[in-house]
Design a protein around this ligand. Structure first.
Ligand code: GLN
Length: 560
């Protein structure tokens, strides 16, 4: 593989604890470099053995983020896309499982010509190949940022770190650098910030031959100069390269914070890059708007993983983007679907300004979702159903409007009369679970004079998918006769992509996942219009908002 001569490589590692927000830091650095006119891409190395997170329980892993080319990836890929506003691909997400899969397949094909296959050099060669593979996508990138998942010191990440060590040695310091993200805890008792965990994690990094060039210290307090000096001295880094990564109220503020800490300037100087001054005006305005909404709306999100908000990461972020465009803060009220009955739905949902039913798998909580949808449909509360959310809306409409008793999806009941949601024909013979759904981007043709067309203002749209089941075409005539409109279809008109309910202010369901394409300063049109409908609903219902249930502030729910 030819490596472009100009591409520089930045590796981001993490120490002390996990969940330090390395993904947000990688995405922020990407944005800062992009704002200087550089071409940037970001990739993630995940040290687990699963080939991809597609088969993992969301409680284990959080959301599965799907790329245009249909890769099921880590949710950090979503942060990268939202921050640098670039569509990434399968190449940008690598797991230990993929590396071993590749090496073992080659061994079986006899490609190693009889040698003993080992971690060094075969696994590490494959890792280096993955680093190089993203240097060129549509164009040659100036910068490749690689985030290494996990924490330095874990057995799992060792092969990745060894691969990076070899890579840095081969390309030299003019083209490679290491950024280490650590935690500097504050001890309430002694009133001190402690540097020892950082010293130890850098020690671990240096033991494996990696010397950080920049250390970003996550901390809840400000880092004074003497702390920076101390970390610099013990970790063999100039104090000016010890940066503060303080907690902030919204993840979108992180780039602005790191810009003040001169992160991108250090990178530019180190690589002697020629680039323009950064233009962060749009981003700054976006952050200012997040922090100064003119009002708020409360949207219920009814799912079965509501205690782990990472399972709905992109939806939460899409609401932040759509909130800014509507000048409101979107408060999310998490509704545990299993608890919603026909009897209590009114009590639980009456003060919502909108209901979103997100994607999901399996039958747990389905009846609760159907009950919630029935209530908002009958009470003219804006509704947005995504993937499984669309499917539940069709089930509800079939049962309660078309009188198709017990209508259901084949996913939950295979032996009932009315499978209004059925398995796609090309899915019927598939037994493997991993990467076998309808995945990635497909076009959809939108009907004019629909809510969807109002939102997109386009006839052909392209959206990302992740599902096995679809609307059963046999039921389209009766559903549409009773007022359900099929406003988005696949170009061959075989698959329903979007439904709407007539005689309702805003009732839209889509088989795809719009949340995967909402970008920070470019809200997704459907989310934007859904929040707008919720705002209108609130205004029209005189803003009679009562506090009810558990509300989560979408700005602070995910502070990293
Ligand atoms: N379980 C449904 C299907 O496979 C919906 C999937 C989803 O919501 N992502 O079709």
């Amino acid at each position: 593989m030819r490596l472009p001569r100009k591409t520089k490589f930045i590796f981001i590692t993490g120490g002390v604890v996990s969940a330090l927000g390395k993904g947000i830091i990688a995405a922020s650095l990407g944005l800062l470099l992009k704002s200087r006119g550089l071409r940037v891409t970001i990739q993630k190395f995940d040290p687990y053995i699963n080939v991809d997170p597609g088969t993992m329980n969301p409680y284990q892993h959080g959301e599965v983020y799907v790329t245009d080319d249909g890769a099921e990836t880590d949710l950090d890929i979503g942060h990268y896309e939202r921050f640098i506003d670039v569509s990434l691909s399968a190449k940008n997400s690598t797991t230990t499982g993929q590396i071993y899969n590749e090496v073992i397949s080659k061994e079986r094909r006899g490609e190693y010509l009889g040698v003993t296959v080992q971690i060094i050099p075969h696994i590490t060669d494959e890792i280096k190949k993955r680093i190089k593979s993203v240097a060129v996508d549509q164009f040659e990138n100036d910068i490749v940022i690689t985030e290494v998942g996990g924490t330095v010191g874990d057995i799992e990440s060792l092969p990745f770190l060894e691969g990076i060590r070899q890579f840095c040695l081969e390309l030299g310091p003019n083209r490679t650098m290491i950024i280490h993200v650590t935690l500097v805890p504050y001890l309430e008792g002694s009133g001190e910030l402690k540097t020892k965990p950082t010293q130890h994690s850098v020690m671990r990094l240096r033991e494996i031959g990696l010397q950080p060039d920049i250390i970003i210290c996550r901390s809840e307090k400000r880092l004074n100069q003497s702390i920076k000096d101390k970390i610099g001295l013990f970790c063999n880094v100039r104090p000016s390269a010890v940066l503060e990564g303080r907690d902030v109220s919204t993840i979108y503020e992180v780039p602005l914070l790191l810009e003040k800490e001169k992160l991108a300037d250090l990178v530019i100087k180190r690589f002697r890059l020629k680039c323009k001054d950064p233009d962060l005006s749009k981003w700054s305005a976006f952050v200012k708007n997040i922090k100064n909404p003119k009002g708020n709306v409360t949207i219920g999100v009814c799912g079965k993983y509501t205690t782990l908000h990472d399972a709905y990461k992109s939806i939460i972020e899409s609401f932040v983007h759509a909130g800014v465009e509507n000048e409101v803060k979107v408060n999310i009220r998490w509704l545990e679907s299993e608890t919603i009955t026909r009897e209590n739905a009114g009590e639980l949902l009456k003060d919502l300004h909108g209901l979103l039913v997100p994607g999901g798998f399996g039958d747990r909580g389905i009846e609760g979702k159907v009950n919630a949808i029935e209530y908002v449909r009958n009470n003219n509360i804006p509704f947005f159903g995504i993937c499984l959310g669309l499917q539940c809306a069709v089930i509800e409409f079939a049962r309660n409007v078309c009188n198709l008793q017990n209508a259901n999806s084949r996913e939950f009941h295979s032996k009932i009369k009315h499978n209004v949601i059925d398995l796609m024909p090309n899915q019927r013979s598939i037994a493997d679970k991993g990467a076998t759904m309808r995945l990635g981007t497909y076009p959809c043709v939108v009907k004019e004079d629909s809510l969807t067309h109002n939102a997109y203002n386009k006839i052909v749209i392209k959206e990302r998918h992740r599902h096995r089941y679809e609307v059963n075409n046999d039921y389209k005539p009766i559903l549409s006769e009773r007022g359900m409109a099929f406003t988005g279809l696949s170009p061959d008109e075989n698959l329903v992509e979007i439904i709407e309910v007539e005689d309702h202010p805003w009732f839209v369901g889509c088989q795809f996942h719009p949340e995967l394409k909402s970008r920070a300063t470019k809200a997704h049109p459907l989310f934007r219009d859904f929040v707008k409908a919720a705002k209108t609903y609130k205004e029209e219902s005189n803003g009679l908002v009562q506090s009810f249930g558990k509300e989560v502030d979408s700005l602070t729910a995910d502070t990293e």
